[in-house]
Write a protein that binds this ligand. Structure first.
Ligand code: GAR
Length: 216
């Protein structure tokens, strides 16, 4: 059983998808703590409702990033976390922290990386006129929204789409692939070779995740 800490900053819908997955008895990971830098994050409420310990590490209360991250590390130790999932965690992590947790941090990002790193991804995707958009779960590297890709899911952009409804459709896909990706990692199905994540064939969930579920 892999002990996971989930780091959030807000709504926590991806956290919820992980909580729901962990509720299944044969899921190979469990959430030992939810840490938020934002005391008002709704995700904290989701954790409490699920009976998961929460911890607020408010970046505003620290002098610099290093002391903020050291405080996060203290919480991770306290709850014996062995792995971290970033789920809408909107702070950049310093290279020192990321390297300390090398290959043990996952992130979910609402674009088909390496395209559209950063914020406002669907707005920018629409502006660029792409025909597909989607989301990515990847292993975290010090550079923002970079690192070995574990899973992606894609959907076709409809000419009628706007950034808001596209974000909602992508979010549905996020909620599918994040628990799948964590499961793969927790089962030992993922190894890292250079910039790539290699997934053992026996553990691969589907034949490629293009809109794995019909979207309403
Ligand atoms: C999600 O769409 C996630 O992919 C994105 O923030 C949202 C958080 O929603 N993360 C990033 O943009 C990170 N670069 P949630 O709080 O409901 O999970």
């Amino acid at each position: 059983m892999l002990n996971v800490a989930v780091l959030i900053s807000g709504r926590g819908s991806n956290l919820q998808s992980l909580i729901d997955a962990c509720a299944s008895p044969d899921y190979p990971a469990r959430i030992v703590v939810v840490i938020s830098n934002n005391p008002d994050a709704y995700g904290l409420e989701r954790a409490r409702l699920a009976g998961i310990p929460t911890s607020i590490v408010n970046h505003r209360e620290f002098e610099d990033r290093i002391s903020f991250e050291n405080a996060i590390d203290d919480e991770l130790k306290k709850y014996k976390a062995k792995f971290i999932c970033l789920a809408g965690f909107m702070r950049i992590l310093d290279a020192r922290f990321v390297n300390r947790w090398k290959d043990r941090i996952l992130n979910i990002h609402p674009s088909l990386l390496p395209s559209f790193k950063g914020l406002h991804t669907q707005e920018r995707a629409l502006e660029a006129g792409v025909r597909f958009t989607g989301c990515t779960v990847h292993i975290v590297r010090p550079e923002m929204d970079e690192g070995p890709i574990i899973l992606q899911a894609a959907l076709a952009v409809d000419p009628e789409d706007n950034a808001e409804n596209l974000s909602a459709k992508v979010l549905e896909l996020e909620h599918i692939i994040y628990p799948e990706a964590l499961k793969l990692v927790a089962m030992g199905g993922v190894s890292v070779s250079g910039n790539k994540a290699i997934i053992k064939k026996a553990t691969y969930p589907t034949e490629g995740l293009i809109s794995p579920k019909p979207l309403s």
